[in-house]
Design a protein around this ligand. Structure first.
Ligand SMILES: NC(=O)c1ccc[n+]([C@@H]2O[C@H](COP(=O)([O-])OP(=O)(O)OC[C@H]3O[C@@H](n4cnc5c(N)ncnc54)[C@H](OP(=O)(O)O)[C@@H]3O)[C@@H](O)[C@H]2O)c1
Length: 382
């Protein structure tokens, strides 16, 4: 039987972990497209890649191809998985699109699929009917402590994986995608009815931006101050950040309700962030009484550092990093999209807008954003 050919585009944490897991399966070929010369170098030396699992065990793999050449990585792929952050996806799609097969279905998806990957891929792959666009709601496992080409640590796993396709895909393509992803991830894969269920699920865009705003925004206790040491995102989350997060979570639910009602789509699978976190981490959260306590007492969130860099001009201490993914990805591709969707339904989301406007000023303006691909006609043809 022909092997299943998987191309992983992006040699970061998520890319490494998924590639190693797939190589544990029978008859699966894995290629990795990376710009990191260390990953290439280790592959050339035949060094095995290792995944260090939470129970202390190790999985080892040698990928079939590791390359900087987009053509070599994807030309015969059956399934392509983009694992670069949202702000790098457009460039990745441009690099691989000319080399994807035109002679068979190719299932091209993003993990995670948030920030409207379906709209981006639709724009980039418009005249390519054999390409089936999909996204996964979240990463299947957290991945951290990457040693490029050598090892990656696996954190918590999701018990259920939710996947959606672009609205253009047929039932037969959706079923075939489900079959392929079940081969790769096991029976925990569920197909969602509508890609909006991914796009509207609250997550990092509201979580990261609200906490930063609560720390250093105009009312934050660290406004225009330098942190003496690096802070943890969640265990040291400020009350003001949790307050804004709760408000933004509510506005995000309001948006979901309006879209569901006006477009007549069932978005009942989209839960509030609070509910998502409590359901995902359960007993690991010592105090589930409020957003603040959920964030501060979730053991799974312990010791995760906020994105900070040393202060400039040799001043001792740290500041929040303007170039962090919390801005480039979560604000420019997450919050921007929420606010624009709300605007098109004439829904007011003042808390999200307040945090967005401040964040954009802090990052000294948007260079690029989800508006570069969000269809100007939406929701008219949705
Ligand atoms: N790691 C996790 O546990 C986790 C948890 C939740 C969500 N996520 C999401 O998963 C996605 C991938 O995250 P990750 O943790 O795997 O990231 P990562 O370790 O930083 O890897 C991302 C890879 O994307 C490529 N890339 C291209 N342009 C980039 C750019 N401008 N900035 C950063 N990377 C760029 C790089 O690949 P090359 O080195 O091959 O060039 C990089 O190694 C992100 O959307 C992230 O928000 C990850």
């Amino acid at each position: 039987m022909e092997p299943l050919k998987v191309a992983i585009c992006g040699g970061g944490r998520t890319g490494h972990l998924n590639a190693i897991l797939f190589k544990q399966l029978h008859n699966v070929q894995v290629s990795m497209l990376t710009s990191n010369p260390e990953v290439i170098d280790q592959h050339t030396r035949h060094t095995p890649m290792q995944a260090l699992l939470p129970d202390g065990s190790t999985l080892s793999a040698r990928l079939d191809r590791v390359t900087t050449d987009a053509r070599v990585a994807v030309e015969d792929a059956d399934i392509v998985i983009i694992t670069v952050p949202a702000h790098a996806r457009q460039q990745m799609l441009q690099a691989i699109a000319p080399h994807l097969s035109a002679d068979k279905p190719v299932y091209i998806g993003a993990i995670p699929g948030f920030c409207g990957f379906d709209w981006l891929a639709e724009a980039a792959l418009a005249e390519r009917p054999n390409l089936v666009i999909w996204g996964m709601k979240d990463v299947p496992h957290t991945a951290f402590d990457l040693k490029p080409g050598l090892s990656i640590k696996m954190g918590g796993s999701k018990s259920q994986l939710y996947v959606a396709t672009h609205a253009r895909e047929s039932d037969a393509s959706r079923q075939q995608l489900h079959t392929l992803l079940t081969v790769l991830y096991g029976p925990c894969v569920t197909l969602l009815d509508n890609y909006l269920e991914i796009t509207l699920t609250p997550g990092n865009p509201i979580m990261h931006s609200s906490v930063i705003y609560g720390l250093i925004g105009p009312y934050g206790q660290w406004h225009r101050k330098i942190f003496p040491q690096r802070m943890c995102w969640w265990t040291e989350c400020p009350e003001l950040g949790a307050y804004f997060l709760e408000r933004m979570d509510q506005e995000s639910q309001d948006l979901c309700a309006v879209i569901s009602q006006r477009l007549g789509v069932d978005l009942s699978s989209v839960k509030s962030l609070k509910q998502e976190i409590v359901e995902a981490y359960g007993e690991q959260i010592r105090d589930q009484s409020s957003m603040l306590s959920i964030l501060r007492t979730n053991q799974a969130y312990n010791d995760i550092l906020a994105p900070m860099v040393p202060a400039d001009n040799n001043r001792p201490g740290y500041v929040i990093e303007r170039e962090s993914r919390a801005f480039n990805e979560d604000v420019a591709y997450g919050l921007v999209l929420l606010v624009e969707m709300a605007r098109r339904f004439e829904l007011k989301v003042p808390y999200i807008e307040e945090v967005l406007n401040w964040s954009v000023a802090y990052m000294q303006g948007l260079r690029d954003s989800a508006l570069d691909y969000f269809p100007s006609h939406w929701p008219r043809t949705a």
